[in-house]
Design a protein around this ligand. Structure first.
Ligand code: RB5
Length: 146
């Protein structure tokens, strides 16, 4: 699985920690930036990472900003994207099992590195349950553009 990664300046340090974790655990990723802590606009970076998932270049994405909220809002504007903002493990598990989330967003100013990595790992390793959830996820996408 290839993972698209991005952050704004506020999420930069946590993104680097996530990359370290990915390198140590043989996850494949593409880093779309930011590449330093110079202020940038989070929708620009969210777009790059979400677009890679939308096009099928990456199967999942992880995007970090200060709260995890702005990048979540931005990513969810792209057709086919189901971004979930998670601050604990339960949501990370169920956004995959029930919502088939393809992007995880994290708030670097809200949670610590240890929890963020646990959430990321759960998000990447938990499969979608399908069944009745497939119908519901399809209904989410019928709302696109309305
Ligand atoms: C940047 O200061 C901050 O607004 C951004 O990282 C994010 O939290 C937006 O939702």
């Amino acid at each position: 699985m290839r993972i698209s990664l991005a952050s704004d300046h506020a999420g930069f340090t946590l993104k680097e920690e996530i990359k370290k974790f990915f390198d140590e655990n043989n996850y494949q990723y593409h880093d779309f930036g930011a590449f330093d802590q110079e202020p940038v606009d989070y929708p620009d970076l969210a777009y790059l990472a979400a677009r890679a998932v939308q096009k099928g270049d990456c199967e999942r994405g992880i995007i970090v900003c200060g709260t995890g909220i702005g990048v979540c809002m931005a990513a969810n504007k792209l057709k086919g994207i189901r971004a979930a903002h998670c601050g604990e493990s339960f949501s990370a598990r169920f956004c995959r099992q029930h919502n088939d989330a393809n992007i995880l967003t994290l708030g670097s100013r809200v949670i610590g590195v240890g929890l963020a990595l646990e959430i990321a790992q759960i998000f990447l390793e938990t499969p979608f349950e399908g069944g009745r959830h497939r119908r519901r996820v399809a209904k989410i996408h019928r709302l696109e553009g309305s």
